[in-house]
Ligand binder design. Structure first.
Ligand code: KIV
Length: 292
């Protein structure tokens, strides 16, 4: 198996990811909530997720529950305008896939009309299987999401590792297979023990993408801002920042502010000049005297 730094395929599609699962080639996924992040990440990763994590990462909410379809559409449209080569997936926010099949299909279909290639939604119980079947029936590819599902924060009593009890672990394995049977093309496994994620991955034919689920998944996802050290406050154990982006950007912005205050910015290279003939006219101009 050769390991390349950049994704080796011109355009990533669902069949490509399924082929990689069979070949044991690991899949790289990150989030993009705007066009800047999409342009940085797209040449490097295989999947771009417009996640509902935009709520806490960018919009100042405490969790993802207040994120609406309108907010998701806004961020998805910004990312889709960059025409990424990575597979573009949009997250179904809280209450957008719970109430009826019709509403779920309309919301998910709206994401595809805005440029997503697939949707992701959390959970395997309740009516989720019916929803997956209905979406797949409408040619809307679905990525499932099991384990620590942030929209279930109130049920879980916080962001806690899931699947540490036998009943939870076995239910997760059952749910993973039910989602696969219903037509999901991949699953995110979040916040579960390594051995459980590896068991799920080995027993499924579809790829699994882990976040806090150990190295045995078919691929990994981290939030863009977490990889780049741009998030402040509590950092979950599974996050590895590759640069202290917050300090780096803080330093650069402080330098610019200091240059403005000292007069060192802008310099001649950041300024425009008048054509030669006009300089004299400007110099000889006199302010109109105020009428009495
Ligand atoms: O919304 C999000 O950020 C996610 C994670 C899996 C990255 O769903």
């Amino acid at each position: 198996m050769s390991h390349t730094l950049e994704s080796p395929v011109a355009r990533i599609t669902i069949p490509v990811l399924q082929q990689w699962k069979q070949e044991g080639r690991r899949i790289v996924m990150t989030t993009a909530y705007d066009a800047v992040a999409a342009r940085i990440a797209d040449p490097i990763v295989d999947i771009l997720l417009v996640g509902d994590g935009v709520g806490n990462v960018c919009l100042g909410f405490e969790n993802t529950l207040p994120v609406s379809i309108a907010m998701m559409n806004h961020h998805l449209e910004a990312v889709a305008r960059t025409k990424p080569r990575a597979l573009l997936i949009a997250d179904m926010p809280f209450l957008s896939f719970h109430l009826s099949v019709e509403e779920t299909v309309r919301n998910a279909g709206g994401f595809l009309q805005r440029g997503a290639a697939a949707v992701k939604f959390e959970g395997g119980g309740g009516n989720r299987i019916d929803m997956v079947r209905a979406l797949v029936e409408c040619e809307i590819p679905v990525m499932g999401h099991l384990g620590l599902t942030p929209q279930s924060i109130n049920v879980m009593g916080g962001f806690k590792v899931q699947g540490r009890r036998a009943d939870e672990a076995l239910r997760l394995l059952d749910d993973a297979h039910r989602l696969q049977e219903a037509g999901c093309f991949a699953l995110v496994l979040e916040g579960i023990p390594t051995e459980l994620a590896a068991r799920a991955t080995d027993s499924l034919t579809i790829p699994t993408i882990g976040i806090g689920a150990g190295p045995g998944c078919s691929g990994q996802v981290l939030v863009f801002h977490d990889v780049l050290g741009l998030t402040e406050g509590h950092r979950p154990k599974f996050v590895r920042p590759y640069v202290d982006g917050f300090q780096l950007l803080h330093g650069a912005l402080s330098q610019w502010a200091a240059d403005v205050r000292s007069g060192a910015f802008p310099g001649p290279q950041e300024s425009y000049r008048l054509p030669d003939g006009l300089r004299e006219a400007i110099a000889n101009w006199a302010a109109p005297s105020n009428p009495a």
